[in-house]
Design a protein around this ligand. Structure first.
Ligand code: CO
Length: 248
């Protein structure tokens, strides 16, 4: 069942979204060679506590951290670790906060020092795909309209879209119905209704779309070792158009 949110509830959800956005603004200047993803994790734990927000992912299906830190060929759900980030890396930081009972979910890919042309292009196209999808997230459109915009931009630029990890409804919990891949056919799939709150979170690979999961049971990597990037926002569908609850 898809839980629709009232105007008031969407307003209440701005708090968690704002905390997640402020977190991303704060770490943007902190990520450079030598910093570890555990440093970012520690900052996240402190930041959420200071903002009276819950680190939603800690203990979620046994996930041990407040952030996911996914470096280079890691697509998503990487564990923060004590290995210093290196010049030329890209790292996706994903965070989910719960504040006043509502959840905000946003991931962003960051450069570490100077990165390759290919990495820059992958990041740019992934972010553009997210925003092209958001433009289509209007009442009366279908999810296929949104995800076709995401997928076609990715593929026209020579990148592949990860199929195995899904976007989702967001509300009092991180994962609500519906679930959907970041690919689609215009006019197909569920219709977008006023009051839906959804993530759009494309993961694009420089090579093939296929992925593997590490021994830890979480870390998702590209099967071919190619780079992967992800940008994710939590979006409210309203009569006045999409509201990006996690806009930085
Ligand atoms: Co998400």
């Amino acid at each position: 069942m898809i839980i629709l949110k009232s105007r008031t509830e969407i307003e209440e959800m701005r708090k968690a979204g704002g905390i997640v956005a402020a977190f991303h603004r704060s770490i943007a200047g902190m990520i450079r060679p030598g910093v570890t993803t555990l440093d970012i994790e520690s900052f996240a734990v402190r930041f959420l506590k200071e903002n009276k927000a819950k680190a939603y992912t800690v203990g979620y299906n046994g996930y041990p951290f407040a952030t996911c830190a996914s470096v280079n060929d890691v697509i998503a759900h990487g564990f923060p670790n004590d290995k210093p980030l290196q010049d030329g890396d890209i790292v996706t930081i994903d965070i989910v906060a719960q504040a006043d009972g509502w959840v905000g979910d946003s991931a962003w890919t960051y450069t570490v020092g100077e990165v390759s042309e290919e990495a820059h292009k992958l990041m740019r196209v992934t972010k553009e795909s997210l925003y092209l999808g958001i433009e289509k997230a209007i009442v009366g459109n279908r999810i296929g309209d949104v995800m076709h915009a995401v997928q076609s931009h990715a593929e026209q630029n020579g990148f592949s879209v990860v199929r195995d990890l899904l976007g989702h409804g967001v509300g009092r919990e991180m994962h609500e119905e519906p679930n959907y891949p970041h690919m689609g056919i215009p006019g197909k799939g569920f219709r977008l209704k006023e009051g839906m709150v959804l993530t759009i979170e494309p993961m694009l690979n420089a090579g093939k779309a296929t992925m593997t999961i590490d021994e830890d049971g979480w870390t998702a990597r590209t099967e071919d070792g190619s780079l992967s990037a992800q940008y994710e926002h939590t979006i409210a569908i309203t009569a006045d158009g999409p509201i990006i609850l996690t806009e930085q």
